[in-house]
Design a protein around this ligand. Structure first.
Ligand SMILES: Nc1nc2c(c(=O)[nH]1)N[C@H]1C(S)=C(S)[C@@H](COP(=O)(O)O)O[C@H]1N2
Ligand SMILES: [Mo]
Length: 200
């Protein structure tokens, strides 16, 4: 073996270390992590709804959702199981655009998905250009195993907050732990602060 060969998790010359949170390693593939089977909701039965603590909710069919202003952006993603993937490009609708359609005094949301997954987020973590509902990955329709037809994307928090197969946001006054948060993952999940578990 050549003395300059690098190990599988070795340092890469092309990676800016400031982009890799503590305890993470960079992958080139795209692992699939799902707590259950992949739901298959036909697009004509799909909708995205904002409900809960709002004067009036809002809902979009697949067609209406795709007619909303779209953004394409490139971000790094970080899974609590320690892989990070840098420079991933997505297209979807900003959560700011969705929330423009509702009036609410809520401070938190529960994102809910087909297949019963939930995750809780503070509105201050998903507004101001920090979160999207995405349907396209690297220019292609998002694969079902990665959350297609649409998933939440909150790249500045650990990837469990990015609910696959997302169907809506429920606005809440109080913060209510979701699926993994109730099972011992950190309530907030900032990868740069290594907020992995309750005790962190
Ligand atoms: N609906 C749903 N969303 C989910 C999950 C899940 O099991 N169900 N797993 C979460 C976890 S723990 C991670 S790391 C990412 C994995 O996304 P990927 O399979 O596209 O890599 O999705 C998150 N969103
Ligand atoms: Mo994860």
């Amino acid at each position: 073996m050549s003395p300059i060969s690098r190990g599988f998790h070795g340092r890469r010359r092309d990676v800016d270390p400031a982009r890799v949170p503590p305890g993470q390693y960079v992958v080139d593939d795209f692992p699939v992590l799902s707590a259950g089977p992949t739901p298959r909701t036909p697009l004509d039965a799909w909708s995205f709804a904002i409900g809960g603590m709002a004067d009036a909710g809002a809902a979009w069919s697949w067609e209406e959702f795709n007619a909303l202003p779209q953004e394409t952006f490139t971000v790094d993603i970080h899974c609590v199981t320690k892989w990070s993937k840098l420079g991933t490009t997505w297209t979807g609708v900003s959560v700011d655009t969705l929330l423009d359609h509702v009036d609410s005094a809520a401070e938190f949301v529960t994102a809910w998905s087909d297949g019963d997954y939930t995750t809780n987020l503070a509105l201050e973590d998903i507004t101001d250009g920090q979160a999207w509902v995405v349907h396209t990955f690297e220019g292609e329709p998002l694969a079902p195993e990665h959350g297609g037809p649409a998933r939440l994307l909150v790249p500045h928090l650990y990837f469990w907050k990015s609910a696959k197969w997302v169907r809506g946001l429920t606005l809440t006054l109080d913060d209510e732990p979701g699926f993994w948060e109730a099972a011992g993952y950190h309530n907030h999940g900032d990868p740069f602060k290594e907020q992995r578990y309750w005790s962190d």
